[in-house]
Write a protein that binds this ligand. Sequence first.
Ligand SMILES: Cc1cc2nc3c(=O)[nH]c(=O)nc-3n(C[C@H](O)[C@H](O)[C@H](O)COP(=O)(O)OP(=O)(O)OC[C@H]3O[C@@H](n4cnc5c(N)ncnc54)[C@H](O)[C@@H]3O)c2cc1C
Length: 412
Amino acid sequence: MAAKQKAIMTDVTIVGGGPAGCTMAALLGAGGVTAVCIDQDDPSRTMGHDFDGRTTAISYGSRRIIDAAGAWNSLKAQACPIKDIKITESGSPVLLEFLRGDTDAEAFGWIVENRLLRKSLYERIASLKNIQHIAPSKVTGFEQGKDIVKTFLGDGLEIHSKLVIGADGRNSFTRTQMGIATRGWDYNQRALVCVIGHEKPHNNTAVEDFRGAGPFAILPMMDDDKGGHRSALVWTEHGKEDASALYWDEDVFNAALNERFPTSYGAVKATGKRFCYPLGLIHAQSYTAPRMALVADAAHGIHPIAGQGLNIGLRDIAVLSELLIEAKSSGQDLGGDDILMAYVSRRRADNMAMAGATDILNKLFSNDSKSLRALRIAGLKMVQKIGPARRFFMKQAMGEGGQIPTLRGQKK
Ligand SMILES: Cc1cc2nc3c(=O)[nH]c(=O)nc-3n(C[C@H](O)[C@H](O)[C@H](O)COP(=O)(O)OP(=O)(O)OC[C@H]3O[C@@H](n4cnc5c(N)ncnc54)[C@H](O)[C@@H]3O)c2cc1C
């Protein structure tokens, strides 16, 4: 009979090694906390072009967190700065714009490919001696004890820790095992994403064109290896899935893109695979259970209309990692109730506010109603004219509008 494998002992177990889980691991590692981060997906696949297809708009606040995690330096050459933002309505002339001269900051944010964000984080956690990255391997269960939680992996491995962090995405297995219910709804919308090659440069401009089905967003990416100009497309659709542009022939799809893109891009063409994500709102009724906590999409999944899902998730991670690093250095129990309560009290209101704001934005901006259309055109024109309103929206887009964690304790 084969000998039973010895359990791994660590301070924290992180279930899910997506952008959230890996950032958590890197921050904890930099702050002297030991952690094991487990992901069911094979890293060689998640870093490929065919896995996720998404890009993420990283705000200023998030860049600071990724930098504190030690992953920004290797990512920054691939992160495309957004210098202008133009908002239109069904292909109208620009109704609202934020231009490079409107702020002293070097950019409004950065567009990064999810696969490259993962790559930088994998490299960073591989360099931290107190972090173990186990992937691919699936977490299959937990056993909560008084002083530790046992985490069981499909391959028979067992991990014992003071705290388990569920960073396992919208359909979180950890959340289900914790018995935590969720509130939310489907938007009956999908986001089709893919990379678009275009003839002329984008000049670091992000375009958000609000259409009846939802936003058609064009986000600037760095040029490819051969100098080809690229942008990421997020095309919101509603209605029957089998009518989705995901299934259109290449020629039909490219013709539709050329109709919808501003002429300043020249001829445009999809490069590579198209991906489709169903859209919905989901919020966990609680973020914690004894010796367990949920972060990022496992706690709250929101509409991508404002590109804020991961940005608020990273704020959870910054707050929780800071609490855990402080607890470790003062010899406190890392899974103690006071830490979990402090985490919830510092994060829930900000997350709920963002979930509410994106829900309202989507109701207002993804709508064919003539009266709502007139209202949003008038609203966008009004914001364009009123300085304080423009500054408010600019701050939100840059991720400086919510609660920004202080990030004490992380040493790079
Ligand atoms: C179209 C679209 C565009 C978006 N654009 C933006 C944007 O511009 N800006 C922004 O901030 N956000 C954006 N978001 C949101 C962002 O993509 C998510 O918030 C982010 O991916 C959440 O990361 P995560 O690590 O929490 O979850 P995930 O990325 O879902 O990762 C969870 C990981 O856990 C693993 N896992 C699950 N169960 C187990 C298990 N039992 N055992 C082991 N591993 C497990 C999964 O395999 C996965 O790797 C967008 C979302 C969509 C759909």
